[in-house]
Design a protein around this ligand. Structure first.
Ligand SMILES: [Zn+2]
Length: 386
């Protein structure tokens, strides 16, 4: 059957061994070229026994124009196009002219062939093998770089895949926004990204798992974050060195840096961690130790209904969120101040939990006290893991 079909094809079309073997790609093992050679060999023996002339490999393949012979040259171009880029793994994709893909499909149809493989798939594989042999790099499903090759024009496009790094940051001082803001020279993001951009020689994008306000410190075990470094020229970077450089800022410290996948990065950013806060509460009318204690007791286990705060209503969708206060402890300081240590669901706005935000947060510390209360200072002590 195979040999008969091959004979019918070759009597009408002059194909190279690659293109012949590829018609039967789903049968047996080996490369398409080996398949094509073997089929042609057996076919020509049979023909010889029937006194017929052999169906030799043509000078120029009618389907591919001997494109597989260009592989060594394309490998050189790939090496050239990736000079100065550090990578271990790669993938090859090729753009074949639509005319050739159509010609190939027409051939399958003409001879009722159902065991074939498209030309671009074989070409990607063979070019990848040749590049790997020459450079010692390996192919991977989630590679460091992707070569998009136009086999006929020889044009190579190099996609450099991003690097993702996970870490946790502590913000040791007040007065720095998490991400750049007008009127601020630096941000947590800019301090962190400066070191990453330099080390990886790429563009750094910072994303925090939630955020704290400019005037709020982030202490304890730090807030999870992810940096994405786009088009990095270097990948084998010592993350401890990067951490050292960031920590030398004296304003922001990073810990637990490690490489992660794009999928893990997504998970870090969407996970809603419980948080531990320390708030300094001001009560203008005055507060007694007993009142402070009472507020903390009422807060424990309380469900808070919080409409998007007035101050962020333009940046966030206006909706009512339900969040739980798990723990609350009060420490009375003086006639007008007490400290509140809280553990709450992520996404609860603490300043508004205290003030009540003109009735937008219910109940609030102001409600529970029956007096106006304000958050004078706030620190995130910890972001808790499950
Ligand atoms: Zn061919």
């Amino acid at each position: 059957m195979i040999v008969e079909k091959a004979e019918a094809v070759l009597e009408r079309h002059g194909l190279c061994d690659h293109c012949l073997g590829r018609l039967f790609a789903q049968l047996g093992k080996g490369t398409n070229e080996e398949r094509g050679k073997a089929i042609r060999f057996v076919l020509n023996m049979e023909r010889s026994s029937r006194g017929l002339p052999p169906l030799e490999r043509p000078e120029r393949c009618e389907l591919c124009g001997n494109v597989f012979e260009r592989i060594p040259e394309l490998v050189e171009r790939m090496i050239e196009s990736s000079k100065g880029i550090e990578f271990e793994t790669f993938r090859v994709g090729s753009r074949f002219p639509e005319g050739i893909m159509e010609k190939e499909r027409a051939l399958w149809e003409e001879f009722g062939i159902e065991t074939a493989e498209p030309i671009n798939r074989e070409f990607n594989r063979e070019l990848g093998k040749a590049f790997g042999r020459k450079t010692g790099k390996e192919t991977s499903a989630s590679p460091d770089v992707v070569f998009i090759v136009e086999p006929y024009s020889g044009k190579i496009e190099l996609q450099i895949n991003p690097v993702y790094v996970y870490g946790r940051y502590r913000k040791l001082v007040r007065g720095i926004p998490q991400t750049p803001l007008p009127d601020f020279d630096e941000s947590v993001a800019s301090i962190i990204c400066r070191a990453f951009s330099k080390a990886f020689a790429g563009k750094c994008v910072f994303k925090g798992a939630g955020r704290e306000d400019v005037d709020v410190r982030m202490l304890g075990n730090g807030r999870p974050f992810v940096v994405e470094i786009k088009r990095p020229k270097r990948r084998r970077v010592n993350l401890e060195e990067v951490a050292k450089e960031i920590n030398a800022s004296g304003k922001v410290e990073v810990v637990n840096l490690r490489f992660i996948s794009a999928k893990e990065a997504e998970e870090v950013l969407t996970k809603n961690h419980r948080k531990e806060y320390l708030a300094l509460v001001l009560v203008e009318e005055g507060v007694t130790p007993k009142e402070a204690e009472e507020v903390a007791r009422k807060l424990r286990g309380l469900e808070i209904h919080q409409r998007t705060p007035w101050r962020v209503r333009k940046a966030r969708a206006d909706k009512v969120r339900t969040r739980i206060v798990y723990e609350a402890e009060a420490r009375w300081l003086d006639e007008r101040h007490f400290e509140l240590r809280l553990i709450t669901d992520g996404g609860l706005y603490i300043k508004e939990l205290i003030s009540g935000d003109k009735g937008r947060t219910r109940p609030s510390v102001s409600d529970l006290l029956g007096k106006k209360a304000w958050c004078e200072r706030l620190d995130v002590l910890n972001i808790l893991d499950d």
